[in-house]
Design a binder for this molecule. Sequence first.
Ligand code: SF4
Length: 639
Amino acid sequence: MANGLAGITLRINLTDNKIHRLPTDERLMREWYGGRGIVAKMIYDEVPRDADPLGEQNVLVVSAGILSGCFIPGGSKVEFGSVSPLTNLPGDSNMGGHFGPAIKFAGYDLLMIGGISKKPVYLYIDNDVVEIRDASKYWGMGSLDTESQLKQEVGEDFEVVTIGPAAENGILFSCISHDYGRQAGRTGQGAVMGSKRLKAIVVRGNRSIHVHDLPSLSKHVMGIIDRTKKHPNMIPWQKYGTSFFMKWSNDNGVMPTHNFQTTYYEDIDKVDGEQLVEKCLVNHKACFGCWMNCGKYSKVSIPGKPVVFVEGPEYETGALCGPNLGMKDITHVAYINWMCDNLGMDTMSAGGVIGFAMECFEKGLITESDLEGHSLKWGSLDDIEHFLNMVVNKRGMGAWFALGTKRAAEMIKGGAEKFAMQVKGQEMSGYDGRWAPGMALSYMTADIGAHHNRSWTITTDMAEGRESVEGRAKIIIYLQHIRPLFDVFCICRLFWGELDVTFEEMIEALNDVTGWDVTPEEALKTSERIWNLNRCHFLERNRKNGRDFDYPPARTWEDKIPTGPGKGKGVTYAMIERMLDDYYAGRGWDKQGNPTREILEDLGLGFAVQRLDDIGLLGKPIPGGIPSVRGEKYNPKAF
Ligand code: SF4
């Protein structure tokens, strides 16, 4: 077995209940590095281009990456991927907690789960024992409740991932949940798991992971421990977690407010990190291998509602289910967080969908008669609770919103597309990009739709000039190569990025564990290969020029920011066109956003050339050949 790998890949077909154990393909792992890389390659190779994302042929890939479970700071992550039913793109999402390490300790690198079970099942993994077990009694149960019940059945020392009723009912922004508050939230991976009638995966293992050079790894990691424990960011991150960021975002005019109508929330003091700590916090939580414990475990007591416990709200949930919905009480935001977690919905998309529906209600595009006699007013917890109930059960118009904002807007009509805040069907993260043009371009070009973790540029936008787009594409391309490497190696970006651990240290740790000879340049080029593979896959599935899919909703350029520090600001359509032109040129794609033969062959993706050519989407050759800015180091600190 190669160092850093557990050694076994499990292939599971739920249609015929077949389980195959295969040696992990070391050559493929070296080429694609595991995690998000191997997930992208497996989906590209195995899912037919016309396969229904919720059908038998879609494959849910679970990858515990190379550094997950190792003696590495934040080595806690696990990657889930499949063709997304929300975006019709190759989709992926990851979570922290303890599940990824547990898979490695049980002896597995990859789970490839295909088919559809006839009845609800869960996958039981206890070292070499792998079984498909009946889960009928858990079907319909909330994610948090299922985790607790399953642990009573199999043992508290198992790590558990579950889906909730949202995924069972095919809500397209459903998530996969773990550890009472960690989620693989984005791109509807829960909906894929639900379509397979796979309610949960439980895993326990007690094996070791072989490491190439333990003394060197220990020296490097002990150095990181010594340095980070004195880092000034450690204390605020430990105290507030990411909710620390709520006030900062608001002060800097990027807080999505009332469905991204404005970027500044007057009542931020009622829903920020201080309020979370004062009114909700009961304990701090950390993932495997982390001493930053950014997880905030909360107790929520609201008169007339059950007392509930939830991890959060962290920043994204806080922003999108707080100011974005006009909430004025942190306990109400935490209660929405709990509802989404137990129903098994991505809190980020849910916040986007609810905010979009609230604006539709405000504008009269939907009325009380569409909402079973209820209203949907900014800040009303009861209205939100009723609306979520309609969505999760697909009652009446709830069935439209169950498909996400993009499809709901197409059905509602009346100009709703303009303020459906998504790109490629994926609801935006908790930052408004109108006064941060790099962030707007990040959303437009992210390979899974509008998600911030591929490249986050607010501070870079501030440094480079918030009303200029000059040079922005080059920065985004660099970030889109370096940041996703965290999801490739399955370590936590938050720990590394916020405590100034360097990219070079990441590569050192990788080589210590594996014995490989990866260089920073090679890692960036591999990341670029993954990015281009996903673009090819996307074009092959959607069969139109890439540029057609890369525009944000019209609010982005039509509506100037009405209040706050960004008042009167906003990107123009010309700026958006310029950024796209620069971006495609920087990537070696043609003006239509399609990769060229030259770039694909340079990245070792020659096998994709013919496929794109066959459907008329191979990029036209670019005068001057492959650009030189790809992967160029912009700022080594900018994780
Ligand atoms: Fe988990 Fe937070 Fe630590 Fe990252 S920083 S590993 S999310 S506890």
